[in-house]
Design a binder for this molecule. Structure first.
Ligand code: ADP
Ligand code: MG
Length: 355
């Protein structure tokens, strides 16, 4: 069956800084799946299957975006990917993880937990309620300056080779993967990956590293993959053999800030970073727009153009199921980035996959 992968749009509230600065709200949604952008010289309307406005709760996004179905498909053995896209500060990390990543020591209120934690809870719940239990493991990678790094391995980050084989497709060599059976374990894993500094003597150190992380994370793509193996042990009455086990994946992608795409003229290290982000997001956009063409008119899809598109090849390319959440700010200051995010999302809307 062919299933569309409709992007969901999330408009975050104006931040305190934006309000204090007197920014105008130029993005409105009327609750009918449309997003209106109206400013002095722009007046555009976009239609999507799911639009979440500033008032939408984290739970509403989980239930309304199709995330729950995606979790169930991963349990059924499909390769599923959700990716958050948008400029820095548009709410990508908030949507995926909640305010957790920004907080120092206090855990986020349960109501504010993001798509990731809600998905983990859903997986563990299903694992308990099904007769066949699930074996869950996680791997966590980032792509920084076109290098793939393991966020779970201790010590300084080192680049891992990205290879291809006929049976496995693209895969990362020597990637760590950690088994988990409880919410605590996977939550700890995320925290450690995001905040690798040893426990702080004073909280100052941790704050510094958290800020460095925020700056850094807007320049790298982060991919958390949950491997779901169902250990189906029921015996077939006639054949007397165990049912084949299924193996699905659920991948969460927090993309680097899209505004880097236009950031030219910056110097040194920043310009290298900007070029790499530029290249990989353009490669992703290119693959998406080629995939959006009718099946018969499709040409070769250039997955090899970036590490990001290689790693996402399976989920983008038709054997997987992709959910895209495009995050936007309602502020007049972000107008041009908001329009480009909405155009990008509109192209992604026409991509179909064949799991
Ligand atoms: P990004 O990951 O896209 O750079 P963040 O997720 O870090 O952006 O969000 C930027 C800021 O806006 C953070 O302080 C975050 O807590 C806040 N924020 C984002 N989305 C929402 C939302 N839906 N509701 C409330 N605050 C939000
Ligand atoms: Mg972020």
């Amino acid at each position: 069956s062919v299933s569309p992968s409709p992007p969901a749009i999330r408009v975050r509230p104006l931040t305190c800084t934006e309000t204090r600065r007197g920014d105008r709200q130029v993005v409105h949604s009327l609750g009918d799946g449309t997003v209106h952008v109206s400013a002095a010289r722009h007046d555009a309307t976009f239609g999507f299957s799911a639009v979440f406005d500033a008032g939408a709760s984290q739970e509403a996004v989980f239930e309304g975006s199709g995330m729950r179905q995606l979790v169930e498909l991963a349990i059924d053995g499909f390769s599923c990917t959700v990716f958050a896209f948008g400029q820095t500060g548009s709410g990508k990390t908030y949507t995926l993880m909640g305010p957790l990543a920004q907080s120092e020591t206090r855990p986020a209120a349960p109501g504010l937990l993001g798509l990731m934690q809600r998905s983990f809870a859903c997986l563990l719940e299903q694992s308990r309620s099904r007769s066949s239990d699930l074996a869950l493991s996680a791997s966590y990678l980032e792509i920084y300056n076109e290098q793939v790094r393991d966020l779970l391995s201790p010590g300084p980050p080192c680049a891992l080779p990205l290879r291809w084989s006929k049976t496995r497709g693209f895969y990362v060599e020597n990637q760590l993967s950690v088994d988990f059976e409880s919410l605590e374990v996977i939550a700890d894993l995320l925290l450690q990956a995001l905040n690798p500094a040893p426990p702080p003597a004073g909280s100052q150190r941790r704050r510094t590293s958290a800020h460095a992380l925020n700056r850094h994370s807007s320049r790298s793509h982060a991919l958390l993959t949950i491997h779901v193996r169902s250990r189906a042990v029921s015996v077939h009455p006639a054949l007397g053999t165990a049912c084949p086990s299924k193996q699905g994946t659920l991948c969460f992608v927090d993309l680097a800030g899209s505004e880097r795409v236009k950031e030219t003229g910056s110097s040194g290290e920043l310009s290298v970073e900007a070029n790499n982000i530029n290249r990989s997001l353009l490669a992703l956009g290119h693959c998406i727009s080629l995939l959006a063409k009718p099946r018969g008119k499709r040409t070769h899809i250039p997955y090899r153009d970036s590490k990001l598109t290689r790693l996402l090849a399976r989920s983008l390319g038709g054997s997987g199921i992709t959910l895209m959440v495009a995050c936007i700010s309602p502020s007049s200051h972000c107008l041009s980035e908001t329009l480009s995010t909405l155009h990008y999302a509109s192209r992604a809307r026409r991509v179909t996959t064949r799991p």
